[in-house]
Design a protein around this ligand. Structure first.
Ligand SMILES: NC(=O)c1ccc[n+]([C@@H]2O[C@H](COP(=O)([O-])OP(=O)(O)OC[C@H]3O[C@@H](n4cnc5c(N)ncnc54)[C@H](OP(=O)(O)O)[C@@H]3O)[C@@H](O)[C@H]2O)c1
Length: 325
């Protein structure tokens, strides 16, 4: 089968089209014929090892010290079950599915196997394959953090980076739960963020999110690099900062913040839970979570998709259609 592989860390040109063996499902696995995948912020971070401050060594230990241990990137997929192992009961050939291998990657390929009890579920009937593939990365990250924060109806939530993949899912999910949502974004994305359900928007190119004071229960920071001291004035007593793009400084601050007052920082990698995938499907089917797709690329254009994602300017997701002969 065809796959994009990377054998060293570097720019978009390190991902190359290659012929690799087509995987064979084990007894408990399904073989998915991938029709759509995405290039996410996670893909460019793992390709470049450009990770938040202080996490370089941890990333090398996890993903390969001198070169990548897993050569095929791609965290999300949607497609059709082509074959199933002898013990599989939940899926049959022909089922339309979407899934989230997440950090295990391997979706920039024509086929991938997944355990039937893994992060895979039936594709929401109201979504195309591209739309379904675009959901898990942002929505599962968002669900993880909103759950950790204990978001409740009526809470005031500030989402920094509201037009990105995680931010656009967070605006929608927080609104769905009943929060009053303020999105921070640039001028060109104000209308998008409003259309996702934000009650208020702040244009960071002209306004400072701290200027209006404000009293938020939760600040979701998907951009990173802002010290906790800047968030404190806009946080209520017992308020929480969700440091989605945290490096070591934010992780250390998350340890001492509770000692210095009632406000907290929640940081660290999002858990990749099996239950999230059917939950995301249900939210999408109910219309509570809409796909936000910026650009679409053909499979052979994956290096171009990487280059665009690396600009840090994408809105929502960048999807890739996977062709088969
Ligand atoms: N903790 C975890 O487990 C976890 C999981 C997933 C992702 N992440 C991390 O979370 C971060 C966000 O991921 P993502 O996939 O959402 O990224 P993304 O989609 O690439 O984010 C791009 C968006 O960020 C916006 N942006 C850039 N600078 C901004 C600023 N100063 N203020 C407001 N918006 C700004 C851009 O909008 P404009 O063009 O309008 O600026 C763009 O729409 C990444 O660092 C990623 O590595 C962490």
């Amino acid at each position: 089968m065809k796959a994009f592989v990377y054998r060293r860390y570097g720019g978009p040109d390190v991902v190359e089209l290659a012929d690799v063996p087509k995987p064979v499902p084990r007894d408990n696995e399904v073989l998915v014929r991938i029709l759509a995948t995405t290039v996410t912020s996670g893909d460019w971070r793992l390709r470049t090892l450009h990770v938040p401050a202080g996490l370089g060594l941890v990333a090398r230990l996890a993903f390969g010290i001198t070169r990548p241990r897993r050569p095929i990137l791609g965290t999300e997929l949607a497609g059709v079950v082509e074959a199933v192992g002898s013990k599989v009961t939940r899926f049959r050939p022909g089922d339309e599915v979407f899934g989230f291998p997440g950090g295990a990657m391997g979706c920039h390929a024509q086929y991938r196997t997944m355990p039937e009890d893994g992060r895979i579920a039936r594709k929401p009937a109201n979504l195309s394959f591209e739309e379904a593939a675009s959901l898990p990365f942002g929505a599962s990250t968002s669900l993880h953090y909103l759950r950790k924060a204990g978001l409740e109806p009526g809470d005031k939530v500030l989402v920094i980076g509201a037009s990105g993949c995680v931010g656009s899912a967070t605006v929608q999910l927080a609104r769905h739960i009943g929060a009053e949502v303020t999105g921070v974004t640039s001028t060109r994305n104000l209308a998008l963020v409003r259309s996702l359900g934000a009650h208020h928007v702040i244009d960071y190119t002209t306004d400072d999110f701290t200027a209006g004071g404000g009293a938020f229960d939760i600040v979701v920071d998907t951009v990173g690099g802002t010290p906790f001291s800047r968030f404190k004035p806009v946080l209520k007593e017992r308020g929480r900062v969700l440091a989605v793009a945290a490096g070591v400084p934010e992780m250390l601050a998350s340890l001492w913040a509770p000692l210095a007052g009632s406000r907290r920082i929640i940081a660290g990698p999002a858990a990749e839970r099996v239950e999230d995938i059917p939950e995301i499907a249900a939210l999408a089917e109910a219309g509570a979570l809409q796909p936000v797709i910026d650009r679409r690329y053909a499979f052979t254009q994956i290096p171009e998709a990487h280059a665009y994602v690396e600009t840090g300017r994408k809105r929502g997701s960048v999807v890739v259609s996977v062709e088969h002969p």
